[in-house]
Ligand binder design. Structure first.
Ligand code: PBG
Length: 342
């Protein structure tokens, strides 16, 4: 009658394999710690951070409790704090003043635009101590909210957008970023960005390619975070959640175009993709635990439905176990602080 589940450590034997007792290695915390296969480490973590133009106090993001739109000043402090916690990098997103948004997203390529200013600030504050990265995309800067410029029929114009990305890459690199993160899912974006960087003497600036980026409902809270003007969706450029092999095609193209690191986004609903990509490549693989993933855990925890701290660590462990070497997460600083004590 004894099943594997109701047999204790002594007494009853399990089936005809009396020696096989996986539970033996789960008996004490020290033992479990010793045999753990996956250990999230502060250095795996990258903090995405928002900086908003024209505010004098940080603005909380309702759908992301604990995350704010930073002032230039509080962003510098957040970078220092992340570094002190052992986080490896910071990914910067700029939120311009509403009246600076236009059809081509010109604030995104203005050398004095908010993102460029923030890059300079953070670089001046932490130098090379943190890997400073920037979102390379137009959606925060366009009045229509799309990741690119539109043609006369209102469609996102791939090649016209690439020209804008080339310029964005140059101004972000001039401002002192270590790595750019093209996230608009235009075909050819990695190649164009690489060429633009090289031509401007920025051979050392690397490209963290948003190689796999699904059209996801979990970006919802982010749209509030960057004050997005988007109506409609991004289905003509972001990937269909139904597709897996398509990601390998995106991967092959990005590697051929010179991606130094590749990213999968979102993370949790796409761990199979993280795993497949990690098996394929010999470059570093990142996964982005996005705004909606953050919001889900925070909302459930606020209701007392899950143990927040344990759930956070479990998600990070799962993402790493799937094969991501770096994880972008809004919990980066807090998680790093906690991980250094385990
Ligand atoms: C595009 C971009 C987005 C995110 C990162 N870069 C938004 C989108 O594609 O709509 C989402 C990040 C998140 O949800 O946490 N600039």
């Amino acid at each position: 009658m004894s099943s594997r589940h109701d047999s204790g450590h002594g007494g009853t034997r399990y089936g005809s394999f009396p020696g096989a007792r996986p539970r033996r290695l789960r008996t004490t915390p020290a033992l479990r710690r010793m045999v753990a296969e996956t250990r999230p480490h502060p250095a795996d973590l990258i903090l995405p951070a928002f900086v908003r133009e024209g505010i004098s106090e940080p603005v909380p993001i309702a759908a992301m409790p604990g995350v704010v739109q930073h002032t230039r000043d509080t962003l510098r402090k957040a970078a220092v704090e992340a570094r002190a916690a052992g986080v490896s990098g910071i990914m910067l997103f700029g939120v311009p003043e509403d009246e600076k948004k236009d059809a081509t997203g010109s604030a995104g390529t203005d050398p004095d635009g908010i993102l460029q200013a923030a890059i300079r600030d953070v670089r001046a504050e932490v130098g090379d101590e943190l890997v400073i990265m920037s979102d390379l995309c137009l959606d925060e800067f366009t009045d229509h909210g799309h990741c690119g410029v539109l043609d006369s029929a209102g469609r996102v114009d791939n090649d016209a957008t690439l020209e804008r990305y080339a310029e964005m890459a140059r101004v972000q690199a001039d401002a002192g970023v270590h790595a750019v993160g093209p996230s608009g899912m235009m075909d050819g974006q990695v190649g164009v960005v690489r060429e633009a960087l090289d031509a401007a003497g920025h051979e050392d600036v690397s490209v963290l390619a948003y190689t796999v980026k699904y059209s996801s409902a979990f970006y919802g809270p982010f749209r509030e975070a960057v004050g997005s003007s988007l109506r409609g969706d991004r289905k003509t450029y972001q990937q269909d959640p139904a597709n897996a092999r398509e990601s390998l095609r995106e991967l092959a193209l990005d590697l051929a175009e010179g991606a130094d690191m590749v990213m999968v986004k979102p993370a949790l609903p796409y761990l199979d993709i993280v795993h497949r990509i990690a098996e394929e490549v010999d470059v570093p693989v990142a996964a982005y635990q996005i705004s909606g993933e953050y919001a889900m855990v925070e909302a459930a925890a606020a209701n007392g439905w899950i143990d927040r701290d344990k759930a956070i660590l479990e998600t990070l462990t799962g993402i790493k176990r799937a094969g991501a070497q770096m994880i972008l997460t809004y919990w980066a600083t807090e998680a790093a602080q906690r991980l250094s004590h385990t």
